[in-house]
Design a protein around this ligand. Structure first.
Ligand code: SAH
Ligand code: SF4
Length: 369
């Protein structure tokens, strides 16, 4: 007998882990079939789930909803990256980016196999309440958290839109709009759902949470022991400057953040990433590089230097590439792993909140502020 028991946390089917769905369905193996339709076939209509009995298909359609997001704009960069603007059912907009990277592998016979590596940069909130001085998302204020299903659906929609095979390996970074640790319940649920082996099967080790440093939430995330990677948006090496750039530093200063990072469970083959946004004349000098080296002493870390991406109304400027290289060379020479973030998708303004900015300038009616 097929039936759905009567306790629902949400109508959004993407908000359910496999176990939760199994708990709702009798017989429970139906949940796996539904998962395959949703995450391997990217199906959006219960009516098309042909291996389910008709009465179950009808019951599912009466109980759950599949599509909650609409792609309202997609811009493709010359490097193959794509930026998506999504609209929610309550008419808010937010972004996600598909980043395409070249991947080279050396075969046993010494020949080189070239492939593609996909990373999806997800949003966790509509807007953000941290309010960093340099960030366009922060300037727009906070509207609401994204539900776990809305976070998961970004991946499904982007994979479907690009015909990416369900079995293709992907990386996820929570570096779009919003502060993921300010929405930890929904983000951690999304991480679990994305990693389900019967579903998208994106290992937690391939998922990276980037945070501006909510120290107690770093601790909470650590206690969850999900196996996710951690990235810290550091951006400054002294509290005075960091508090100017990231007002939350007044509550959780550099030392408080770093002490939580030291306690965080890091996979033995992985490192904590420190993101350092380089702003011309503000934090791009060698004195800062030296201090950064001292701060990270004893932490298994890698540094990712990001070039400030200017947006209208921002008081900051992009640093000189020469200064960025000197900064990076200094750290590398001292033995630190350091990369300069490729300006992927710069021609589609692929930094926090900037596609949304453009659309709002075009005076499109769905924009809410
Ligand atoms: N809230 C989280 C994750 C989203 S922001 C965090 O702050 O870590 C993701 C990254 O985008 C951050 O490292 C942030 O520094 C970067 N970013 C924000 N505004 C930017 C800009 N104008 N130019 C370049 N990077 C920017
Ligand atoms: Fe929020 Fe991150 Fe932007 Fe700061 S940089 S305002 S934390 S999204």
């Amino acid at each position: 007998m097929n039936s759905i028991s009567q306790s629902f946390k949400s109508k959004n089917i993407y908000s359910y882990t496999l176990d939760e769905l199994m708990g709702l369905l009798e017989p429970s193996f139906r949940a796996k079939q539904i998962y395959h339709w949703l995450y391997h076939q990217y199906e959006t209509d219960f009516g098309n789930m042909k291996n389910l009995p008709k009465n179950l298909r009808e019951a599912l359609a009466n109980t759950f909803e599949i599509t909650h997001l609409e792609i309202i704009k997609c811009q493709q960069s010359q490097d193959g990256s794509k930026k998506y603007l999504f609209k929610t059912r309550d008419q808010h907009t937010f972004e996600a980016v598909l980043l395409k990277m070249r991947d080279k592998k050396i075969r046993q016979d010494g020949s080189i196999q070239e492939g593609e590596k996909w990373t999806i940069c997800l949003s966790s909130q509509i807007g953000c309440r941290v309010g960093c001085l340099f960030c366009y998302t922060g300037k727009g204020g906070f509207i609401r958290h994204l539900e776990s299903g809305e976070i998961v659906e970004q991946v499904v929609q982007i994979k479907r839109d690009n015909y990416i095979s369900p079995h293709k390996r992907m990386n996820i970074v929570y570096m779009g709009m919003g502060e993921p640790l300010d929405n930890l319940d929904n983000v951690s649920m999304a991480i679990r759902i994305l990693s389900e082996l019967e579903g998208l099967s994106i290992s937690t080790r391939r998922q990276t949470i980037s945070t501006s440093g909510i120290a107690p939430k770093i601790e909470e995330l650590g206690r969850m022991n999900l196996g996710v990677q951690l990235a810290i948006s550091l951006h400054a090496v002294d509290d005075e400057l960091r508090s100017k750039l990231i007002p939350m530093n007044r509550a959780y200063n550099i030392e408080k953040v770093l002490s939580q990072v030291r306690a965080f469970p890091v996979d033995s083959r992985k490192r904590v990433m420190f993101e350092y946004l380089m702003i011309k004349g503000v934090n791009d000098d060698l004195k800062s590089a030296k201090k950064l080296l001292q701060l990270l002493d004893g932490i298994k870390s890698k540094v990712n230097l990001i070039l400030f991406n200017p947006h209208e109304g921002s008081e900051f400027e992009r640093p000189n590439l020469d200064d960025v290289r000197k900064f990076a060379d200094f750290l590398i020479h001292k033995g630190l792993l350091c990369t300069i973030r490729e300006s992927k998708g710069l021609d589609i303004s692929a930094a926090c909140g900037q596609l949304r900015e453009k659309i709002s300038k075009e005076n499109v009616s769905y924009e809410t502020f």
